[in-house]
Design a binder for this molecule. Structure first.
Ligand SMILES: C[S@@+](CC[C@H](N)C(=O)[O-])C[C@H]1O[C@@H](n2cnc3c(N)ncnc32)[C@H](O)[C@@H]1O
Length: 369
């Protein structure tokens, strides 16, 4: 979609001269300099793009950014143009954000008339560029060092698995399995593993790795939140979703996920997942919530988590810091799991502060009643 919201005309303050036939030549060098500077604008070109993440809560800031930018270039938007731009940006942000937290509003700017350059006003065009999470992940194997999510399985996962009893009798569901950081070691222990993975390239990698070692892993490529994606019911002793809920978008999706897990897991079985929780006393506003999606750190409050679980046959039995647990229990050689892990899990990808951020990645262990 390309839209042309506005052309902002410049308002030069030229010295006024008399009629050319009657007036004597203008020789005042100060006036002539101003005239030349104004004349030069016809020959000044300008062209560029803003990439603005589609976060509806940022509307006023983006509007100010653009009008300040135009002002610096000597272009002033009148009230009607400002309103026009506001409506256009508001609609684009809403539309983009609905599609993905990784959508960008691209605002391009260039002279309204190439013959008059900067002197003839600037035109702004807008278009939305949507990139899904799976599209973003698709490039990871090419641009990031292996192993993408760490060389070891999560220590917390392995600690719970150790309590499950005979591996051959304890089937495990790995939701958002990625290339198999947890699925592969669990299957090597003898567990039958069903993996669900949204990003095709990861699902393919995991299938290939399982096949190469003849491991009991069955991979389904799909979205766990898709109502049409059915899972086996009453089958698993453990369901895990590690570093996955950070991609969710609404509290209703947490409830849907937990509902599906409670159908899939056996009575007495467990669901282990990691999620970013706001610390008590911090109530995230719309901007923080939208930014948390952009920063792959989808954020909920404890009240939202409790509401998501209410009425389901589930009980939260542990809630602890992922960072603290994993740092303590992983071998030294495996810490940190990736170069980005500490910043992300501590909440600093969203709040880059020296102090303690008001959110943190937590291990939530739930028992199926
Ligand atoms: C950060 S990676 C973690 C991979 C693996 N769980 C691990 O801990 O190594 C997140 C994974 O979750 C997957 N994912 C995110 N949302 C999903 C969904 N709704 N259904 C299935 N997979 C999903 C992504 O494609 C990605 O592979």
């Amino acid at each position: 979609m390309t839209k042309n919201p506005t052309s902002a005309a410049s308002s030069p303050e030229l010295p006024v001269s008399n009629s050319p036939e009657t007036s004597p030549p203008l020789t005042d060098s100060h006036s002539l300099k101003l005239i030349l500077k104004e004349r030069l604008k016809k020959n000044i070109g300008i062209k560029g793009e803003f990439y603005l993440p589609c976060l509806p809560s940022m509307l006023d800031d983006y509007l100010k950014l653009l009008s300040d930018f135009l002002k610096v270039l000597g272009q002033n938007l009148d009230a009607a143009q400002t309103e026009n731009l506001r409506t256009l940006i508001a609609n684009a942000l809403t539309e983009g954000f609905k599609n993905s937290p990784h959508a960008n509003l691209i605002v391009s700017y260039f002279p309204a008339n190439p013959q008059t350059g900067l002197g003839g006003g600037i035109t702004l065009n807008t278009k939305i560029q949507v990139e899904s999470m799976a599209q973003k992940y698709h490039t990871w194997p090419d641009i990031r060092p292996e192993p993408l999510f760490g060389s070891h399985p999560d220590a917390k996962v392995m600690a719970i698995v150790a309590e499950l009893g005979e591996a051959g009798k304890a089937a495990i569901l790995d939701v958002g399995a990625g290339p198999g950081r947890n699925s592969l070691p669990l299957a090597r222990l003898g567990h039958s593993v069903d993996a669900i993975e949204l990003t095709p390239i990861f699902a393919e990698k995991l299938s290939a790795a399982a096949l190469a070692e003849n491991l009991p892993i069955h991979v389904t490529q799909g979205d766990v939140l898709d109502p049409l994606l059915r899972m086996k019911t009453y089958r698993y002793k453990l369901a895990i979703a590690t570093e996955v809920l950070s991609h969710f978008r609404y509290p209703e999706q947490i409830r849907l996920f937990l509902g599906k897990m409670s159908d899939a897991v056996l009575t007495g079985g467990f669901i282990l997942f990691s999620t970013f929780l706001a610390v008590d006393g911090y109530e995230p506003d719309e901007m923080a919530k939208q930014m948390s999606e952009l920063c792959w750190s989808y954020l909920i409050t404890r009240q939202e988590l409790e509401a998501a679980i209410e009425g389901l046959p589930l009980e939260i039995i542990a809630d602890e810091s992922v960072m603290e647990y994993e740092q303590k229990h992983l071998p030294d050689s495996a810490w940190p799991p990736t170069p980005w892990f500490v910043s992300w899990a501590s909440g600093r990808d969203l709040f880059p502060v020296q102090e303690t951020p008001p959110i943190e990645l937590r291990w939530i262990l739930v028992k199926r009643l």
